[in-house]
Design a binder for this molecule. Structure first.
Ligand code: GLV
Length: 315
């Protein structure tokens, strides 16, 4: 497979890069200023038969049109929102992603964010480091155990979060397109009702046209001044302007965010808020999971180019 041209859209995990270099003829788009036009000045477009993208730079219509021999997109992500799936389907391009291997990590981080916001872990860490403990006790935080948790999207990650929250004695309810027969949790067909009924609302669904800004002013107000919003999905699930004003005006109790609408930009106003915990889109970024995701990308590519079924096919 050493002669098969594979294009990486941006730097990802070093191990993935090494593996791609070992098994394929790897091209790196960022060596051409991340510009396809630049790339095509020095390389033949028809050498590329596979593209590996991620949550930063995926595979859009321009890229698809530039590589006439493109056969497969193997995304180093579970999320598919940066891939033009319709175009891929139209052109008969296969698509694979990295589900399952990252579920635990993302669910762990969701719980970490809840604890971070409610127990004020980041603020109290700073309190100790800057020597304030010597002057006075830190003060009280908010209990997590036993709270009511609402989950938007009860897929693999949503279910893993639910299981973890159950272990904290939380009552679980969820909103999704349809009721899940396997789940023993209360189902809401209306997200406003879910937000009204829970204390912590967690966004864990895929980003699609239907779920863009699913967390709008109405949902935020339904969650209310004591409610906590956790987002480990995508920034665009939340109307960020509304989120910021709700936090500034005290209409929302707090937020734990791993994702933002214009990453890596984070609204300035959030940086000064003590009831907010911010992470730089690292839900699946552990050594173990990143290696497993990379292995899955390689296995999908090898399967495709050996005419075997993809391990985690999307299309
Ligand atoms: O956000 C992370 C992913 O989609 O894998």
């Amino acid at each position: 497979m050493k002669s098969i041209g594979v294009l990486m859209t941006c730097p990802m995990h070093k191990y993935l890069e090494q593996q791609l270099e070992t098994h394929f003829n790897l091209f790196k788009l960022w060596h051409c200023n991340s510009s396809i036009t630049e790339f095509l000045k020095t390389h033949q477009g028809n050498t590329i038969r596979a593209v590996v993208g991620d949550t930063n730079i995926g595979v859009d219509a321009e890229l698809i049109a530039s590589f006439p021999n493109l056969e497969i997109v193997a995304s180093y992500s579970v999320g598919l929102d940066k891939i033009d799936l319709r175009k891929c389907e139209e052109k008969g391009i296969r698509v694979a992603n990295t589900p399952d291997v990252l579920t635990d990590d993302v669910a762990d981080l969701a719980i970490g964010l809840i604890l971070g916001v409610l127990r004020r872990i980041c603020a109290s860490d700073v309190y100790v480091r800057i020597g304030k403990w010597k002057d006075a006790d830190f003060g009280l935080a908010t209990k997590f155990s036993g709270k009511s948790v609402g989950i938007v999207g009860l897929g693999r990650i949503g279910t893993a979060i639910a299981k973890r929250a159950e272990a904290f004695g939380c009552s679980i309810s969820y909103f999704s397109r349809s009721q899940k027969p396997f789940a023993n949790y209360k189902f809401y067909s209306n997200i406003i009702d879910l937000a009204t009924s829970c204390q912590i609302l967690i966004v864990a669904c895929a980003l699609t046209e239907e779920t863009r800004h699913i967390i709008d002013r109405e949902v935020i107000d339904a969650l209310g001044p004591k409610g906590i919003l956790i987002n480990i999905g995508r920034g665009a699930h939340v109307d960020e302007t509304e989120l910021v004003s709700a936090l500034l005006e005290g209409r929302l109790g707090g937020a734990g965010l791993d994702v933002y609408e214009n990453e890596p930009e984070v609204p300035e106003e959030l940086l000064g808020l003590g009831n907010v915990v911010l992470q730089p889109h690292v839900g699946s970024d552990t050594v173990e999971t990143s290696d497993a995701m990379a292995d899955l990308v390689i296995s999908n590519l090898k399967a495709h180019f050996s005419n075997k079924p993809l391990l985690t096919p999307v299309i």
